[in-house]
Design a protein. Structure first.
Length: 435
């Protein structure tokens, strides 16, 4: 991923230096296990650990690979340069390249998931704080982009919190799904390596042994992982689009923080654009871009092929780095989001009481008017508000058919805003818990 959308901690997971360090640890732990089984001399296993503090020379490994055309062999050759050919002869005993590559990829994805989980905690904390801050801040709810009925800004934040919390639970499951390793040798039969070696290496790396690997770890696990990242990205976009809508000039119920010295347009000095949330919408697309290739990686020829390899070399780092950046950006946007309660009330009252139409409809039906006639009476007066700018309550009070069923006091009571927020505490308890 380009540096503009990258954070150092996540980038480091995917660096060649980190990758080779994991490769080395796998090989060293495997030698320990082989020595414990008596397959290789203990002295040879101990000798491998002499390279523990070595900074593997990436350029040298690339140089060797240019000849061997095989990355794992290039690494093993370079390792032998550090520990000596005699001690290195037992390294990779009974193993195949996928044992190293697949187990390493899963270690990297687990580490990436841990960072992403911490990122999501930041987003959740910001959403929760803003939800309670604006629990009773009334705004208009919209369906199809059209005014519907009153809600609160706190409920808006709360529903985003609940969505991201579900995403966090899915990511925990995806982390568990991907936290397996395989040291099972060619075609996964353990013919040339004892299953104990796999168990030993996996325990050291914090992984579970893959129950059955066919030289590769099954790619349905990776498909699940990247699909989960795609869902989280869609949740990011869901929040971003709501903020972008609220920042529209004719709405202006909220806007991204505009810092001193910030410029909104090279041509129009008055502009304050929702650039961060627009960026989040774009980044979400990049994350979702990995989902279909990950799904297509599930089907491999027989016990293995490498059609998945080129895909994962790209989507592994790019997707996790992008999502890491996006989650941190989202947390900052929510934390600093500027809210305009007065504009929310102004927008809600733009059509002079029209948003209370359902309460009047229900009151008429409860007063004995058929639902069809009730709808007709309410809609008749509502259209005067749409088309003539009339006041909804005034029109209802002047409609003889309406007042034949409802008293002026009953009509007046249907315009109480508090009616629409009476269950906010109940919803908050469901989302955030009774406390």
């Amino acid at each position: 991923m380009i540096p503009r959308y990258s954070r150092p901690e996540m980038v480091a997971i995917w660096s060649p230096e980190t990758k080779f360090k994991i490769w080395y640890e796998i090989e060293a732990y495997a030698c320990d296990a082989q020595a414990e089984l008596g397959v290789i001399p203990k002295a040879n296993a101990e000798a491998v650990w002499r390279a523990k503090d070595v900074e593997f020379d990436v350029a040298r490994i690339d140089e060797i690979e240019a000849v061997t055309k095989h990355d794992v062999i290039a690494f093993l050759t370079h390792l032998a340069e550090h520990i000596g050919a005699d001690d290195a002869r037992f390294v990779h005993q009974g193993m195949t390249s996928s044992d190293v590559l697949d187990t390493t990829l899963n270690v990297q994805l687990v580490r990436a998931a841990d960072i992403l989980l911490a990122d999501m905690d930041k987003v959740l904390a910001a959403l929760k704080r803003r939800a309670f801050e604006h629990k009773d801040t009334v705004r208009i709810g919209r369906s199809h982009g059209i005014h519907a009925e009153p809600t609160t800004m706190g409920l808006t934040f709360a529903r985003f919190y609940a969505e991201m919390d579900r995403g966090r639970s899915r990511l925990l499951a995806a982390r568990a799904e991907i936290a397996t390793g395989a040291i099972s040798g060619a075609v996964g039969t353990f013919a040339n390596i004892d299953p104990f070696v796999e168990e030993y290496v996996c325990e050291k790396l914090g992984l579970a042994p893959e129950p059955i690997s066919t030289q590769v770890i099954p790619r349905d696990r990776h498909a699940m992982f990247f699909a989960t990242l795609g869902v989280i990205a869609s949740s990011i976009e869901n929040i971003a689009i709501e903020i972008r809508h609220m920042q529209r000039t004719e709405v202006l119920e909220a806007e991204e923080f505009f810092s001193p010295g910030q410029k909104g347009s090279s041509a129009m000095p008055h502009k304050r654009n929702p650039v961060l949330t627009e960026n989040l919408t774009g980044l979400a697309r990049l994350v979702r871009m990995s989902v279909i290739p990950a799904l297509e990686n599930v089907a491999l020829w027989h016990e293995r092929d490498i059609s998945h390899s080129s895909v994962e070399r790209a989507i592994g780092p790019d997707t996790t780095i992008t999502l890491d950046f996006a989650l941190n950006r989202l947390a900052g946007v929510v934390e600093k989001l500027v809210i305009y309660p007065e504009n929310m009330l102004r927008n809600m009252n733009q059509f002079k009481g029209l948003v209370m139409s359902q309460r009047v409809l229900l009151a008429l039906t409860q007063a004995g008017v058929s639902r069809e006639d009730s709808y007709r009476l309410v809609q008749r007066n509502a259209m005067k508000v749409w088309e003539q700018g009339a006041d909804f309550k005034t029109e209802l009070l002047g409609d003889a058919e309406v007042t034949a069923a409802l008293t002026p006091a009953q009509i007046e009571e249907k315009f109480d805003l508090g009616y629409h927020t009476k269950h906010v505490d109940t919803i908050f308890a469901r989302v955030f818990g009774a406390a």
